[in-house]
Design a protein around this ligand. Structure first.
Ligand code: LLP
Length: 419
């Protein structure tokens, strides 16, 4: 359920006509519904209301500070993976005691920054990272609260590029080597061990892989307890999928119930790192048709958004439904919706039924709230698009469209080339 609906054949986001925003802001732009964002967050978070928990929104999925602020106001925290994401979270007003930091390649500078900010937890992914964190924490004269991300070797049954909890993936510490790392951490003066974490993949459409990994983590925690190591925080990562087309992912309540049933008896604060499930269907990419072209093999609808604005179709072959912004009975036809970028991989939809479109008409690329703007780039020297948040009858530009000056900011022509 989301707040993108048709009224008098016009696609509206909450109470605002999408065409009106396009006329005023220009295209392309990302459009988010405040009501959908808030409802998705609250539905997810309240599903765990019976147990001590913290929902740390995965900043990488949608990192605009207005959206981070909204979740912080609703009691959420942030799952970050870089110094830049920490800066965003702090700028948005996420309390540091609700921030967890994952990622295999944290630099010493990033570790120091997060220590200064006094975040809740570092999800450490290797023994060398542990040693680096000890050094940096000792230099700063503080103690780092640590959880180790263990790799439970569970198949999340999703796209290979977004599977993270398999033995062959780069993430985490193999679960069989885990106890030794905890024993080492216990000896370090500036490390305070508090948690175990994992994240097995993204866009999971079944509960079973989550449960399988939770069982492995429970056994692991029992082994740690036998060594006298107490675990107060269990971080299960993110990964719950959404419906793009005909997937039937578990409802957050079903997911939460299954997890809580399995958790019974474990005295831990549960940390969750949802991204896509909160924002995916709360956002759309709005684009205008430039031209249409009938080739010998297929028809192309050439729009003003490209793979630099929404990478998912090119990168993962991902499906995004394409809807007309004005539904005037134009019908649908099989065509490729493509961008202006000079690559054959530049498509937003391929061999799918899309609205029959004329130059100048607007299209909405749905389910684009997660890993949409946050993965966008300036490829082909295209300024990054605007982001707009609708709330009720009003809308707010939460990120200005970039301009040409933005494209060359920081670039310099060295003196020897200036003559
Ligand atoms: N926690 C960690 C440690 C993660 O690596 C991720 C996502 C999440 C949480 C949030 O996962 P979610 O709830 O959103 O599934 N760009 C890809 C998805 C990459 C996911 C990376 N990690 C896509 O567009 O499908």
């Amino acid at each position: 359920m989301n707040h993108f609906i048709y009224r008098n054949q016009e696609l509206c986001c909450e109470e605002v006509e999408v065409a009106k925003i396009a006329a005023e802001v220009g295209t392309p732009f990302y459009l988010y519904s405040h009501a959908t964002l808030a409802r998705h967050f609250q539905t997810f978070d309240s599903s765990f209301a019976n147990i001590p928990h913290l929902s740390c929104f995965a900043v990488k999925s949608c990192s605009n500070i207005a959206i981070l602020r909204l979740f912080a106001q609703l009691g959420g925290g942030a799952d970050i993976v870089s110094g830049g994401e920490l800066f965003r979270a702090l700028t948005a007003g996420v309390p540091p005691e609700r921030i967890v930091y994952s990622g295999v390649g944290k630099t010493r500078e990033e570790l120091a920054y997060a220590l200064r900010a006094n975040i809740l937890q570092f999800n450490v992914e290797s023994e060398q990272e542990l040693e680096a964190l000890q050094e940096v924490a000792a230099a700063a004269g503080v103690k780092a609260r640590v959880s180790f991300r263990v790799n439970p070797d569970v198949d999340p049954q999703t796209h290979a590029y977004i599977s993270t909890g398999l033995a062959k993936n780069k993430f985490g510490i193999p679960i069989d080597q885990g106890v030794a790392v905890y024993l080492r951490a216990r000896e370090l003066a500036n490390i305070q061990v508090q948690g175990v974490s994992c994240h097995i993949g993204s866009q999971l459409t079944q509960v079973s892989p989550f449960i399988e990994s939770l069982r492995k983590l429970k056994n692991f925690i029992a082994r740690l307890q036998a060594e006298g190591i107490r675990i107060s925080h269990l971080d299960l990562g993110g990964g719950l999928g959404i419906q793009y087309r005909d997937e039937e992912p578990p409802h957050p309540e079903e997911y939460a119930q299954a997890i809580q049933a399995e958790l019974a008896g474990l005295d831990c604060t549960l940390i969750l790192e949802p991204g896509r499930v909160i924002v995916g269907n709360a956002g759309a990419l709005i684009t205008r048709v430039h031209y249409t072209k009938q080739g010998p093999a297929k028809k192309f609808v050439i729009v003003d958004a490209g793979m630099n604005d929404l990478a998912r179709p090119s990168l993962y072959g991902a499906y995004h439904a394409i809807r007309p912004v004005r539904d005037h009975g134009q019908g649908r036809e099989v065509a490729d919706v493509v961008g202006p970028i000079c690559e054959t991989g530049d498509f937003l939809s391929r061999d799918q039924e899309v609205p029959v479109s004329l130059p100048g008409e607007l299209l909405a690329v749905m389910s684009a709230g997660a890993y949409g703007f946050s993965m966008s780039s300036n490829y082909n020297s295209r300024p990054r698009v605007a982001e707009v948040l609708v709330a009720g009858a009003g809308y707010h530009v939460i990120r200005q469209r970039e301009n040409y000056e933005d494209l060359v900011r920081g670039e310099e022509i060295p003196a020897f080339l200036q003559s």
